[in-house]
Design a binder for this molecule. Structure first.
Ligand code: CP
Ligand code: NVA
Length: 299
């Protein structure tokens, strides 16, 4: 049975920690120009049913640097867009490539794909989770502040795919996650209930950020919700990460955002472009953490 990475829960705490440490090692090798091609000839197929800059470039580059190759597929120019069932695509690609990354809408589609795949399947983002981003975020915190266990993380804004993956991370790495979302935009109740010791969803923004070590937000309208943008702009107004809120956090608090960001909406320009923001390092770490993930899955 192939090992898949559909949510962070597909790794236990020791595996996740090892992966973060390997990502730091790979980054050092990259910076010192002494990379080794540890997965020569291996091929990753990347199916994108939604747009992407970071995920596509980081996975494709990761495969090239590991000595392998990445193939970009979209519904527009593959048979997936013409209705070929995912179950069939999964069985065909497993005969040709070594690993598949899928970015899609319903998380259930990823699960169905994985069920029929004899090779590892990676979630490159679904409506419900974005686990690859969490690998990069957790690597970034580890590099800059060390062990995250026992620290306080604040999530502000939409209870979306990123928020759900933060809930998974809070449980696995044992940090406190204070979530401030508008009433009708809370994270999924079942996912929240899976981490009762680590997650508090009953927070106002100022409570969530109080003494926090890390503040995280994301766009208010995710891919697929574009038609709700105007309504959401009104509802989320009080949930913007701005300098007044940042002042309530710990003095050395970091700010993260998976990007792309909308300055003036979920975060002000002075915060995302300010001294506490680590968004560029965070984005860059997509490459190194996914290389560690690919090595792990392509043993
Ligand atoms: N953060 C992230 O996944 O970015 P892309 O949508 O550009 O891949
Ligand atoms: N929540 C966002 C993340 C983008 C990387 C979305 O799903 O569009």
């Amino acid at each position: 049975m192939a090992r898949h990475f559909l949510t962070l829960n597909d790794l236990d705490a020791a595996e996740l920690q090892a992966l973060i440490e390997r990502a730091c090692e790979l980054k050092k090798e990259f910076q010192e120009k002494r990379m080794l091609q540890t997965r020569p000839g291996m091929v990753l197929a990347m199916i994108f049913e939604k747009s992407s800059t970071r995920t596509r470039v980081s996975f494709e580059t990761a495969m090239a640097q590991l000595g392998g190759h990445g193939i970009f597929l979209s519904p527009v120019d593959s048979q997936l867009g013409r209705g070929e069932p995912v179950e069939d695509t999964a069985r065909v690609l497993a005969k040709m490539v070594n690993c598949v990354m899928l970015r899609t809408f319903e998380h259930e589609k990823l699960e169905r794909y994985a069920e029929y795949s004899d090779i590892p399947v990676i979630n490159g983002l679904s409506d419900t989770y974005h686990p690859c981003q969490l690998l990069a975020d957790m690597q970034t915190f580890y590099e800059m502040r060390g062990d995250i266990s026992g620290k306080k993380v604040a999530w502000l804004g939409d209870g979306n795919n990123m928020c759900h993956s933060y809930i998974n991370a809070a449980k696995i790495l044992n940090f406190d996650l204070s979530i401030a979302c508008p009433a009708n935009y809370q994270p999924d109740a079942e996912i929240v209930a899976s981490a009762p010791q680590n997650v508090n969803t009953a927070c106002e923004p100022h409570e969530a950020v109080a003494d926090a070590d890390l503040i995280v937000t994301d766009v208010w309208a995710s891919m697929g919700q574009e038609q709700e943008t105007e309504e959401r702009l009104k509802v989320f107004k009080g949930f913007q990460v701005n300098s007044d809120l940042m002042k309530l956090a710990a003095d050395d608090a970091l700010f993260m955002h998976c990007l792309p960001a909308h300055r003036g909406e979920e975060v002000t320009a002075d915060v995302i472009d300010g001294a506490q923001s680590v968004v560029w390092e965070e984005a860059g770490n997509r490459l190194h953490s996914q290389k560690a993930l690919l090595e792990f899955l392509l043993q």
